[in-house]
Design a binder for this molecule. Structure first.
Ligand code: HEM
Length: 190
């Protein structure tokens, strides 16, 4: 894993996504009710991705395998404590996507599809219970934002590290020399 301060990233992301302990508790509470339909959410997710030429190219021929890892992530969304370990796990998932050169906008696009499908499910399961629906949807929004932010952070760091590796390979410059030059440059006034 690239250099990242997990404690800082965890706190920053919890704050930015507004993911409180109460919201995490809400997700834990609704898991049993939603769980039987989560596979359908994953199936629809890959159907949607298959309709978009740019995303289809990345999933063709491996949808069955991808569904397995996706449903595992989706289940964990409702049982996780969103602690530092979970942050590290999400960061690594982001890293896997960087390694297969997935465009960064796929993360927010994908989360939007997932949020849409889960919203329909929650509204159906809690028909007529407006307050409950709102509470669950708020918790879901924060949880998906948390995942999205961590995955994108991983993207940013990994992509920069890859660019640096390429630069060092092309120029033949050692990492030590690069670090020394960067240190001198950053001390220059103006
Ligand atoms: C933002 C929502 C997404 C989540 C939560 C997610 C989740 C995951 C997870 C858990 C893995 C397994 C990581 C591992 O091996 O440790 C994975 C791998 C993968 N995902 Fe996603 N994914 C998302 C979006 C996408 C999209 C939009 C695409 C393509 C259109 C995609 C394509 C892939 C591919 C190709 C791999 C396998 C990479 C490899 O090992 O070769 N993912 N994803």
């Amino acid at each position: 894993m690239t250099d990242v301060n997990l404690q800082t990233l965890h706190l920053y992301t919890r704050q930015f996504s507004g993911l409180t302990e109460e919201k995490i508790q809400t997700l834990h509470e609704v898991y049993e009710t939603l769980q039987p339909d989560l596979q359908q959410v994953t199936d629809t997710f890959y159907e949607q991705l298959s309709l978009i030429p740019k995303t289809k190219a990345f999933i063709e021929g491996r949808i069955d395998q991808l569904k397995l890892t996706h449903i595992a992530w989706l289940n964990e969304l409702f049982v996780s404590n969103f602690d530092e370990d979970y942050t590290a796990k999400l960061y690594k998932i982001g890293d896997v996507h960087v390694k297969v050169n997935l465009p960064v906008e796929f993360v927010s696009g994908a989360m939007s599809i997932i949020q849409g499908e889960l919203t329909i499910l929650i509204v159906q399961k809690y028909t007529g219970q407006t307050d409950k629906q709102l509470k669950i949807l708020e918790a879901l929004n924060s949880a998906l934002s948390f995942c999205s932010l961590v995955m994108q952070e991983s993207y940013q760091t990994s992509a920069l590290a890859e660019e640096l590796d390429k630069f060092l390979n092309i120029t033949g410059m050692s990492r030590k020399l690069f670090d020394n030059l960067a240190r001198v440059y950053s001390k220059k006034p103006g």
